[in-house]
Write a protein that binds this ligand. Structure first.
Ligand code: HEM
Length: 498
């Protein structure tokens, strides 16, 4: 599994999105195989992911899961309300470190488990395309040779093609409004599902083998568009027969859908699979307050039912202030937060959040911190120190100040404290703005900060402010102070203790 060395905005964000429902509203939408448009949300998400991947060309190493689908909606291949609706589900997810492509891939995983299917490992780090890819999504009226060629280009053999189509067509169906030339007869609710069961299972396979299937891509009156029939029968049903075993179906589908979402341009390197992080530093804030530096931090621990107490330690940045073992504070609050359905499938049912609020000496400041965890069962306390490297605070020159910032209906006036700006300084923020329901992609704007007349200098800091739109998902502050460049990712505007 991927190792989390704080700070790591990509892993940090993806872990939250995968395993804490509060951070990814969309992670809950596909649960219980919930309905939409007479199909299921899960079916829409899985189709979206396949169509995004289908631009991959394994010979040139281009295309794949890159969210280029957002530029490809006008193609007949991508017809269907579910495409745009799905992207709108994911709208509030990405920030400048996590692209829409990662979120589409996460959607595919949540779709499969949400409908009772197998758990697929998630790797992160996909890069979003800035333009449309080639129009290479297979279409039902194409012949078998074209489909074999398409799947080969995407990196799948003929056998894998049969399996992947069966896995995908476990969910959802064909909508008459979208494909009137396939759905030539009127059907209730305007959709013919591929299988008689709603969930992610191999009924699509067993009904095909038994000859009871109503899948219109197998038995529809339009013979030209019987693409599933041509694909499923292309090896004399050998592969379909092997998928008649539910266990084998789940195993093959987990593997192939996993490969599908990990199909990325050759220039992209994905992380190792991201599992729930045991001990995660989260939601840190450092800012000047009343003659000291307030340092707020939370240690998130997977809840194992142990009644733990946690102490935070830290070291000065300059000079001597703390005892040799470090300054320390106990946590001031322990709360429990829920785990996502995906996390529960990995044995994680909840998280404990141990929060700290330390008053740091202004002149000696803070350079690094770590934790001591006591299980209160007679065993020796153990240290949590970022896998041996401690949690290092890069700088205390440019700080986001949540106390001096003020929230408005339309967003906030963000306030940044800058230490000793003896010469000219320049403060900006790269703000990631969420997309709209018609253009579901994030964009970035630069906010320029000005000296904040309502917050006079204090504690050795001067304060700069800029309005930030309420559509902002995340900000990274960039400042040049006395010739040195600093940057600070601000994923959270608030923390326990502010
Ligand atoms: C030759 C390859 C394929 C063809 C020709 C094909 C064709 C189609 C068509 C015509 C529909 C109906 C869409 C609508 O009515 O809006 C559909 C739905 C769907 N396809 Fe495929 N498909 C192929 C491969 C795949 C693969 C590989 C996957 C995923 C692994 C997949 C997943 C789905 C899903 C989940 C739906 C249901 C969508 C819903 O109910 O909203 N398809 N497909």
């Amino acid at each position: 599994a991927a190792v989390f060395h704080w700070p790591d905005p990509l892993l940090d964000t993806l872990d939250d999105q995968l395993y804490r429902p509060g951070f990814s509203p969309a992670s809950t939408f596909a649960l219980n195989c919930g309905p939409r448009d007479n199909s299921t949300i899960a079916a829409q998400w899985l189709r979206l992911a396949y169509h995004d991947m289908a631009t991959h060309d394994s010979t040139t190493g281009t295309g794949g899961m890159d969210a280029s689908i957002v530029f490809e909606f006008d193609r007949p291949q991508n017809i269907g309300v579910g495409m745009l609706e799905s992207l709108v589900d994911f709208l509030v997810a990405p920030n400048e470190y996590v692209g829409m492509a990662d979120v589409i891939a996460m959607g595919a995983i949540n779709a499969v488990v949400g409908c009772g299917g197998p758990v697929i490992p998630f790797r992160g780090g996909r890069i979003d395309a800035t333009e449309a890819g080639p129009a290479t999504v297979p279409e039902p009226q194409q012949d078998l040779a074209s489909h074999i060629a398409s799947f080969k280009a995407q990196g799948f053999t003929e056998t894998e093609m049969i399996s992947l189509v069966a896995c995908g067509h476990s969910l959802g169906g064909v909508r008459q409004a979208d494909f009137p030339l396939i759905m030539t007869e009127d059907v209730p609710a305007g959709i013919q599902t591929f299988a008689s069961t709603l969930g992610f299972d191999n009924t699509v396979v067993t009904e095909y083998l038994k000859g009871t299937t109503e899948n219109v891509l197998v038995v529809g009156s339009n013979i030209t568009t019987r693409s599933d029939f041509r694909i499923f029968s292309s090896d004399g049903n050998v592969t379909m027969q092997s998928l008649a075993s539910p266990d084998n179906f789940n195993q093959v589908c987990a593997d192939l859908i996993g490969r599908m979402i990990d199909t990325v341009p050759s220039t992209v390197t994905l992380t190792d699979p991201i599992e729930p992080i045991d001990f995660k530093v989260w939601n840190t804030l450092l800012f000047p307050q009343g003659g000291s530096l307030a340092f707020l931090a939370t240690l998130r621990i997977i809840d194992t039912g142990v009644n733990r107490t946690v102490t935070m330690f830290w070291k000065e940045r300059t000079g001597t202030f703390c005892p040799p073992a470090g300054c320390s504070v106990p946590s001031f609050q322990v709360t429990t937060d829920s785990a996502s359905f995906l996390a529960t499938l990995k044995g994680v049912t909840a998280f404990k959040l141990h929060s700290f609020n330390a008053a740091i000496d202004l002149t000696t400041s803070i350079s690094q911190f770590w934790f001591e965890v006591n299980d209160n069962d007679g065993s020796a306390p153990f240290i949590v120190d970022n896998n041996g490297v401690n949690y290092t605070i890069d700088q205390d020159v440019v700080l986001f100040d949540p106390r001096r910032s003020s929230f408005t209906i339309g967003g906030l006036f963000m306030v940044v404290g800058v230490k000793d700006p003896s010469t000219s300084i320049n403060v900006t923020a790269l703000t990631t703005i969420d997309g709209t329901t018609t253009v579901p992609v994030t964009s970035s704007v630069i906010a320029n900060f000005e000296l904040d007349s309502s917050n006079p200098p204090a504690d050795g800091y001067m304060f700069y402010t800029s309005p930030i739109s309420g559509k902002s998902l995340s900000n990274t502050i960039h400042a040049t102070v006395n010739g040195t460049a600093y940057s600070l990712w601000v994923p959270f505007l608030d923390a326990p203790g502010v």
